[in-house]
Design a protein around this ligand. Sequence first.
Ligand code: S3P
Length: 435
Amino acid sequence: MRRSVKAPARLDGVVTPPGDKSISHRAALLNSIARGTAHVSNFCVGDDRAAMFRCLRGLGAVIRRHSGCSFSGDAECFEIRGNGLEGLSEPSSVLNAGNSGTTMRLVSGLLAAQPFFSVISGDRYLRQRPMGRIVEPLTQMGASVTGRAGSSLAPLAIRGGDLEGIDYTLPVASAQLKSCILIAGLYARGQTTVRQPAVTRDHTERMMASMGADIEVDGLDVSVRPSELTPVDVRVPTDSSGAAFWLVAGCCHPNARVEIKNVGINPSRAGVLEVLTSMGARVRVENVREEGGEPSADLIAESSDLVGVEIGGEMIPRVIDELPALALAACFARGTTTIRDAGELRVKESDRIGATVEGLGRLGARIEETADGMVIRGPQALAGAECQSHGDHRIAMTMGIAGLLAKGETTVVEAEAASASYPDFWATLETLAGR
Ligand code: S3P
């Protein structure tokens, strides 16, 4: 599918992107191994949700649409019934994680702990993403995990069970890897400790704690001991990564006011607000509240005079999914923006350094690729052109927002990739643009 976008004279409105994908995935997985029934409202939508549900149902989990959660009543409400840690059963076929790296890595942690055989795979993009990073610790814990290319790529064949806790220092700051090990750790003998090089999103720790797990956080180190989980009802906040696109649109369009409702502002995810604020963005944070251990707020972004900044070091894991959108914002900022220490971007749904530089470059951005980031010189007016999504939802959406800011018409090829996390993205974009 191709999508063509033109800049509107004004960008104005209130948007509510889907529920947070990371929190939704954890709510589905952890409640599937709790003992009892939970309701999760404002569940994320899209292909990645389908992937997680497919894998959990393949293991015998019961996940059903529910007609309105009593505590919120919205349409994206699901009932999840768990039979405890030992309640899953051997899948009769290959588990298909589709395009979702979070599904593959978190579910693999679960499979490594099960006393049965399973195979997990994904689409052609996911089958190229590094899995050695989860194979290594899961093998150390005692699971048998093998895969293609010396067990570094999916499909992964897993024979699990009988795990021993480990003390593991993460070679990369990855919440998926941390969560994979912590989930396996729920089943392992003794204590499992994960040591992070920098803060990564902590939704797994928060949710496990709220479900009564024996989990302890000490700075960058997280330890878990074998624990039964109590089901937990969750009202999922709006995805801050989905919200980031509208924040950038609101700040960079010369005549804009965009309000985004009920956005998750967990500090381990809210780097995009900090970076935009340091760029001089006019973003207001209102109605701060907390529910189920996760803070949220309404965000309002207005046309801003931005300046270039340096983004690197410990900030990177806290903005990892928002960097393509921030690179777009940097095109409208006075001065140079440097993104460094972001080599992980090369192994996301696409090589997001290459894809961002290519896409924004086609629109006339002064943007250069480095080994672990990008350098953007602004301000530079963009001019519409044809660009590719590379099958990556966040690249598709970044280029769609670029189309709202560029002169002339921008066409995004393979635009349907947005539906991995945000199926209504293109419709919302048209509404906001007043069409
Ligand atoms: C995620 C963690 C991040 C992020 C991904 C979702 C998660 O990946 O890019 O979209 O839900 O844990 P890494 O932590 O592996 O960098």
